[in-house]
Write a protein that binds this ligand. Structure first.
Ligand code: GLU
Length: 275
């Protein structure tokens, strides 16, 4: 009797101590959250209103609020969350390698990404748009990009779409982050940035009078929460958490407090796509 329970204790310790940053030792993120009361969550660090690292080292924005809400539903308090910066190109790899347990980082659900990771959601629907200098009257939409220097981020769906649909007419410059693109457009080396309208709205508000969003979306970007492929329990638990966030008013409150500041027109609660 005693021998058996001692063995059980050792087994739990062995599982818990075997884990690095992410959930590689657990079958599901649900088990890690329940046992460790800790999660590592991948977020953006340079997108105002969505995922931004503040000077004191903490993170703020809508994605951060969604991450905190979901973590809490899984049994993890904000103090148990480690936010880890991800950029567009390393999100799948971070999940696959177990460097993060979840990714909440303006992360579009796509069939190609579903080959590598799972998604809960969507928890927000955005659309690809353009950000240009405020005094630029000529760049009115993607069809006006002919001969222009366009910036986007490697590993993002907007960069991919531009490459496949506009590559012949535009000169695409890929950066690692959107803030690097913003610097180059402000500096006059590049003409425009393309990514999701809600991301661009944050930069336009940050550089009010200098940058503007064109306001003509040309894709649908459904933001999901990324987690390990085939973590069916995790996907269900995260979807349940999102459903609760939608229905108890927390989603609208978080959106108004974060994205609302940029003047972005707030959408309705999206429809979850459980699969
Ligand atoms: N939502 C798009 C994507 O997942 C663009 C934003 C981003 O790069 O994070 O690629």
């Amino acid at each position: 009797m005693f021998g058996r329970s001692l063995f059980a204790v050792f087994a739990v310790v062995a599982v818990a101590s075997g884990c690095g940053g992410g959930s590689e030792s657990y079958a599901s993120v649900v088990d890690k959250a329940k046992n460790d009361k800790k999660l590592v969550i991948g977020v953006k660090a340079d997108q105002p209103g969505l995922g931004l690292r503040t000077p004191d080292g903490s993170f703020s924005g809508f994605d951060i609020e969604v991450a905190k809400y979901v973590a809490k539903q899984l049994g993890v308090e904000p103090s148990g969350i480690t936010f880890k910066e991800t950029v567009s190109a390393n999100r799948e790899a971070f999940i696959e390698q177990g460097q993060v347990d979840l990714v909440v980082a303006t992360y579009s659900i796509t069939d190609a990404r579903k080959q590598k990771v799972s998604f809960a959601g969507p928890y927000f629907v955005a659309g690809q748009d353009l950000l240009v200098r405020a005094d630029d009257a000529a760049l009115t939409g993607p069809e006006a990009l002919n001969g222009k220097k366009l910036c986007s981020v490697a590993g993002s769906t907007p960069a991919q779409k531009v490459k496949s649909e506009y590559a012949k007419e535009v000169q695409l410059q890929e950066e690692r982050t959107y803030s690097a693109c913003v610097d180059r457009v402000l500096g006059g080396q590049l003409d425009a940035i393309t990514t999701d309208n809600v991301i661009l709205a944050g930069y336009a508000a940050q550089h009010s009078g200098k940058l503007k969003v064109v306001g003509k979306t040309f894709s649908t970007e459904k933001y999901g929460i990324g987690l390990k492929k085939d973590d069916t329990n995790g996907r269900k638990a995260v979807n349940d958490a999102l459903e609760k966030m939608f229905s108890d008013g927390s989603w609208t409150k978080a959106l108004q407090a974060s994205v609302g500041a940029s003047g972005f027109t707030l959408p309705q609660v999206p429809q979850l796509e459980r699969y």
